[in-house]
Write a protein that binds this ligand. Structure first.
Ligand code: ADP
Ligand code: AIR
Ligand code: ASP
Length: 255
């Protein structure tokens, strides 16, 4: 068997060269990091859950017409995606004050925002992903005004759709982070949704109890991260199979 070429290794994922030109294999690791790597741990099985949850969310988003990089899941930890040129901006969409916004503006965590707020951060580990405005993004040519418009329009649709999807399973979508990339097809280029959407990249609170079902369990040393991610997968109705893909006798739910 020939060894695959590793294109990039990040904090939570590895990108390998895909089987066809223009494709990549996105491999989900078990590493949990926060505060840009100052806190690190291995949480067995996290990569498997994020792969499945992100697959589910990207598939649903594709069905409502959001262009995404997702092609298919390859195995429990890996998915085949379209290679893109990542726009070096993290787009954050917030419905309820939490995390850095709550801290920065002195708003109590859990306070609903008057309307959904979009924020941009420049992707840079060395700089701790600093918040930037559209002015910085266009002045430094990280993205064009048209690309910013496309990202914002898609972000709001994604937020509306996912807020409803999660509400239906008793979960509040507090906030989340997404990334976009430029996909080239011949002469054509379009901005599509890339990276992942999982409990690593969202804040998800149980509607009834406000229990945190996301990476804040790790960031804030609350414990029970795997139970929380499994609960999200279970509520989404994601069936888990064995690592070797052989279905068990009948559907087996997580937990
Ligand atoms: P980080 O780089 O922040 O440590 P990850 O460990 O999640 O993050 O690494 C995944 C990397 O792959 C990210 O930098 C992300 O921007 C990039 N990426 C995600 N999807 C694609 C894609 N379809 N094509 C190219 N790069 C991608
Ligand atoms: N996020 C931002 N950078 C990395 C991630 N995962 C996500 C957080 C949270 C939202 O963006 O998981 O859902 C806002 O994060 P913060 O820390 O700015 O409040
Ligand atoms: N800053 C983000 C977090 O706190 C991402 C990271 O540091 O890995 O999770």
């Amino acid at each position: 068997m020939t060894r695959r070429r590793k294109i990039y290794e990040g904090k939570a994922k590895i990108l390998y060269e895909g089987p066809e030109p223009g494709t990549l294999v996105q491999h989900f690791k078990d590493d949990a990091t926060a505060f840009n790597n100052k806190k690190h741990d291995l949480i067995e099985g996290k990569g498997v859950l994020n792969n499945r949850i992100s697959e589910y969310v990207f598939t649903r988003l594709g069905e409502i017409g959001i262009p995404t990089h997702f092609l298919k899941r390859v195995n429990m930890r890996e998915q085949l995606v379209k290679e893109v040129e990542i726009i070096p901006i993290e787009v954050m969409i917030r419905n309820v004050a939490a995390g850095s916004l709550a801290k920065r503006l002195g708003i109590e965590e859990g306070t609903p925002l008057p309307r959904s707020i979009i924020e941009f951060a420049y992707k840079s580990d060395e700089l701790d992903d600093p918040l930037v405005t559209e002015e910085h993004i266009t002045a430094f040519a990280w993205a064009t005004p048209q690309e910013i418009d496309d990202m914002m329009a898609m972000s709001l649709r994604i937020n509306d759709f996912l807020s409803g999807l999660f509400l239906g399973i008793g979960i509040k979508l507090i906030d989340f982070k997404i990334e976009f990339g430029r996909h080239f097809e011949g002469e054509m280029m379009r901005v599509i949704l890339a990276d992942e959407i999982s409990p690593d990249s969202c804040r998800l609170w149980d509607t009834a109890t406000n229990e945190k079902l996301d990476k804040d369990r790790f960031r804030r040393d609350l414990g029970g991260l795997m139970d929380a991610y499994q609960e999200v997968a279970r509520r989404l109705g994601i069936l888990m199979e064995n690592e070797d893909q052989t279905p068990r006798t009948g559907p087996v739910l997580v937990k």
